[in-house]
Design a protein around this ligand. Structure first.
Ligand SMILES: Nc1ncnc2c1ncn2[C@@H]1O[C@H](COP(=O)(O)OP(=O)(O)OP(=O)(O)O)[C@@H](O)[C@H]1O
Ligand SMILES: [Mg+2]
Length: 481
């Protein structure tokens, strides 16, 4: 179980580096960034320990507290990309207490393992790529050239494909005329070898991509009838069990080489995988490095006396063993949750963290508060990240041949309005920038196709001209901005 995990080259991911990477996307919130960075680094540190000690070190789970729209979810999302560790983000409100109809909390562990499986396969794909590729090439050649001459009557029928795609090709025509003249095996197989070699070089040169071949694929019929019963709620394990009972059908398919390659490569790649090994690696990865981000945890606090909330309290109770460490059965095997890192987040407007069950509070010892954003933050959010909103809009309009330029006084003006609206109406944090920009650029977005070749400057004057009617009317701005 505790074999070293070669999958992450995490040694370079120091806390400083993680924060640096997060800084590229999230403005401010230094405390939150630091603590997630340390938590992630601690996973790596733990991996370096000897077996005995390693089992003793449990992760320190994190609770992120902060108003809406200040970057809680965004930090989690970026962290996932950066670390390459198995990671899932779940809404606490999606779950129901065990025994009630709905998704139970253990399903998040299953989801985490699914995620790890994908990671392990991706890694193995890199390792096995060239083998799978050459086998795939071989099979494509079978499709293109037909079976080798002397095997037609013998073993070749064991192959999956019917080789029948050759009628149209001149090369094949050449080969066949040779074979009708002399039936001597050697020349036959000689010319067949030549044909294959020729096809191979054409294949590699990409000259056969559009050629149509016919081949057989096996299809798993999915248990759709049962799907209707449970849909999302149906347990994956149940689903896979049902799949086993369903008859497999195979059908012949005509596709281009380009399409066939995808299917065949996938098949050959799957054949190279040792399923047990993949499963156990994935489980070990999830157990040791997995991170679960539990969003909206404050919504699990029951406001007194309401029926649906009873189940919320129940979810808190169900979460306890998971966070504390328990064993969950999945279709890939048993998963210990002791070392999975939980990062919970919530706005906690209506409730305090202390309204959570005491036992649950205790299991999230690291508290970080995210701060409200101010005007200067909005300026930076608009201007700095490489995928900032202003860049997104500019890129979208660029596709119409329209150039947008946000001047610095324009950006300042948008930030100022965002901050003020957040003060005077409801504070929705950086999400305010989305509604504002949408409004400011509405006209240009609509008329863009007829503005091709033009440059539009979004400066303070432009911003105000687009917003003035709305800003003048409090009620209106409450609705629209
Ligand atoms: N500090 C920040 N830096 C850059 N972008 C931010 C920041 N805070 C929020 N955003 C942007 O605002 C939007 C909302 O942020 P996010 O989803 O992280 O909010 P949240 O804190 O999870 O709020 P909620 O409590 O409502 O879930 C995202 O598009 C995000 O990119
Ligand atoms: Mg969120």
């Amino acid at each position: 179980m505790s074999e070293p995990l070669p999958l992450l080259a995490a040694s370079d991911l120091t806390p400083g580096r993680i924060v640096e990477l997060l800084d590229q996307y999230i403005i401010g919130q230094a405390a939150a960034k630091r603590s997630v960075a340390v938590a992630v680094r601690n996973r790596w540190r733990r991996q370096q320990l000897n077996d005995d000690l390693r089992q003793e070190v449990n992760p320190k789970n994190i609770l992120m507290i902060g108003p809406t729209g200040v970057g809680k979810t965004e930090i989690a999302r970026r962290l996932a990309k950066i670390t390459g560790a198995p990671f899932i983000k779940v809404e606490a409100t999606k779950f129901t207490e065990v025994g009630y109809y709905g998704r139970d909390v253990e399903s998040m562990i299953r989801e985490l393992v699914e995620n790890a499986i994908v990671l392990v396969k991706k890694e193995l794909q890199i390792q096995n790529e060239s083998t799978a590729n050459s086998r795939c090439e071989d099979r494509l050649l079978d499709l293109l050239c037909g079976p080798p001459p002397h095997s037609i009557h013998s073993s070749h029928s064991a192959r999956h494909e019917t080789a029948s795609a050759v009628e149209v090709d001149e090369e094949v025509g050449d080969a066949e005329s040779g074979h009708s003249e002399s039936s001597s095996r050697t020349t036959e197989s000689d010319s067949y070898t030549k044909l294959r070699a020729k096809m191979l070089s054409k294949l590699r040169a990409g000259q056969l991509e559009d050629k149509v071949v016919e081949f057989r694929i096996e299809q798993k019929s999915s248990p759709m009838v049962f799907g209707a019963l449970g849909g999302d709620h149906m347990d994956r394990d149940m689903q896979s069990m049902l799949e086993k009972f369903m008859p497999k059908s195979s059908k012949t398919k005509k596709t281009s080489i380009k399409e066939a390659r995808k299917v065949v490569f996938e098949q050959e790649f799957e054949k190279l995988l040792d399923e047990d090994q993949v499963n156990s690696q994935a489980i070990s990865l999830a157990e040791n490095l997995g991170i679960i981000f539990l969003d909206e945890i404050d919504k699990l606090v029951a406001s007194e006396g309401k029926g649906a909330d009873v189940s919320r309290q129940g979810v808190q109770r169900d979460l306890l063993p998971l966070v504390e460490g328990t064993i969950v059965n999945t279709r890939y095997g048993q998963v210990r949750t002791d070392h999975i890192l939980f990062v919970a987040a919530g706005a906690f407007h209506k409730h305090q963290p202390s309204d959570l069950m005491p036992e649950l509070q205790g299991r999230f010892p690291i508290r970080v508060e995210l701060s409200n954003l101010i005007e200067d933050d909005y300026v930076r959010i608009l201007a700095e990240p490489s995928s900032s909103l202003t860049r997104q809009y500019a890129a979208l309009l660029e596709t119409e041949g329209v150039r947008l330029e946000f001047t610095s006084d324009g950006i300042r003006q948008i930030a100022r309005h965002a901050f003020q609206l957040n003060q005077t109406t409801q504070n929705i944090g950086a999400r305010r920038l989305h509604t504002l920009l949408e409004r400011i650029l509405e006209e240009i977005s609509f008329t863009a196709p007829s503005l091709r070749g033009q440059l539009t400057k979004i400066d303070a004057v432009y911003v105000d001209s687009r917003l003035k009617d709305l800003l003048a009317d409090q009620d209106l701005s409450r609705f629209i901005l």
